[in-house]
Write a protein that binds this ligand. Structure first.
Ligand SMILES: NC(=O)c1ccc[n+]([C@@H]2O[C@H](COP(=O)([O-])OP(=O)(O)OC[C@H]3O[C@@H](n4cnc5c(N)ncnc54)[C@H](O)[C@@H]3O)[C@@H](O)[C@H]2O)c1
Length: 331
């Protein structure tokens, strides 16, 4: 039962999960199309034992062939289009990869008798939570094309569990941060801009609240669900650490000894959810999941990693400058 197929394993969270899985003695095959956000360099630290398959999950024949060749015991499904702002510019690829791609994987898992299919979903499926925290049975109220695509995939997974008795788990994770995150997401954008003494764009007044989860903690949660999750159940995985965007930005500027005058408020993201918060009490009670990182330690490690890996950061940002002009507009 230790042969894992990990989709999206060349991505930010998937690659951390692969490193942890290899460390625990799993045999890992990665399926990833290497989209603009994917990078095999993230897998170097996982060692040569990880087999890589460059496959787009929307291609059913290729997905079936790889399941046939590997015969995985379990599947952990991270592959997705993941950036809300891009989904607002053009949602179509989100629907294809996140919904159709998930359905193709579910079919392959069913056809090949996979013993567990763990789907990685997001706190964004619950939508805005003005106060308190969403639990696993809270209603879905997704508001962006990204979160709608993730909510659809999440419900497809549940449908396969009920209709075909596919043994599944769903993980709904809160906002991840840490080393290797593609610099289109808030924390690495701010680190890049601050390192280069450029203006740091902040949507509206920066008051939106997110629940920040260090990527290693997220993957420990996913591993706990994979190994101990009750079949058919969804588990929220989060940190209990809530921060306004403006406070995250100020903490990064402080860590890098940059002035707060670098902050530039820009026009808000259309449809911007104000606050996400999920309770991971179920994972704590059933699986013993407890996040290890506080925000200060996680942010310090993240800032240090990007400072030490400027070449990787610069390489990625080279292709982001045009994109930034589309999403960061004058207030
Ligand atoms: N980053 C977060 O804060 C967060 C929070 C909750 C849930 N999630 C979910 O976790 C998962 C991983 O997120 P991430 O931040 O690591 O994303 P990421 O964008 O860094 O990585 C996504 C990976 O999927 C691959 N991919 C994209 N389209 C593909 C396709 N059609 N076929 C095969 N591979 C494809 C990419 O090449 C990339 O390696 C996603 O499902 C995301 O929705 C992310």
């Amino acid at each position: 039962m230790n042969k894992l197929l990990v989709t999206g394993g060349a991505g930010f969270i998937g690659s951390e999960f692969v490193r942890q899985a290899v460390h625990k003695g799993y045999t890992v095959d990665v399926v990833d199309s290497i989209s603009y956000a994917g990078d095999k360099a993230r897998l170097k630290a996982a060692g040569a034992g990880v087999k890589f398959h460059k496959i787009n999950i929307t291609q059913a024949a290729a997905v079936n062939a790889v399941f046939h060749a590997i015969r995985p015991d379990k599947v952990v499904h991270f592959a997705a289009e993941t950036h809300v702002d891009r989904s607002i510019l053009d949602g179509q690829v989100f629907l294809k990869t996140n919904i159709l791609g998930t359905q193709i994987l579910l079919e392959a898992a069913r056809a090949h008798g996979v013993k567990k299919f763990v789907h990685i979903s997001t706190d964004e499926v619950y939508g805005d939570v003005a106060e308190g925290s969403s639990v696993e049975s809270s209603p879905f109220l997704p508001n962006s094309p990204y979160s709608v695509s993730k909510a659809s995939a999440d419900q497809l997974v549940s449908a396969y569990a009920r209709t075909y008795k596919l043994p599944v788990n769903i993980v709904r994770a809160s906002n991840n941060y840490g080393p290797w995150q593609y610099p289109e997401k808030l924390i690495p954008v701010v680190i890049y801009k601050a390192l280069n003494n450029e203006k740091v764009p902040v949507y509206a007044k920066g008051l939106n609240v997110r629940e920040w989860l260090f990527v290693a903690d997220c993957c420990h949660g996913v591993m706990a669900v994979l190994e101990k999750g009750r079949v058919g159940e969804a588990y929220n995985i989060s940190s209990g650490i809530h921060r306004r965007n403006i406070d995250v930005v100020k903490a990064i500027l402080k860590a890098l000894k940059r002035p707060q005058s670098l902050i530039e408020f820009v026009a808000d993201r259309p449809g911007h959810d104000f606050r996400y918060s999920i309770s991971c009490e179920k994972a704590r009670q059933e699986l013993g999941y407890v996040p290890a990182y506080d925000f200060e330690r996680g942010l310090a490690e993240t800032v240090a990693w990007y400072s030490d890996n400027r070449a990787w950061l610069d390489l990625k940002v080279k292709y982001l400058k045009d994109y930034w002009t589309k999403v960061y507009k004058k207030a």
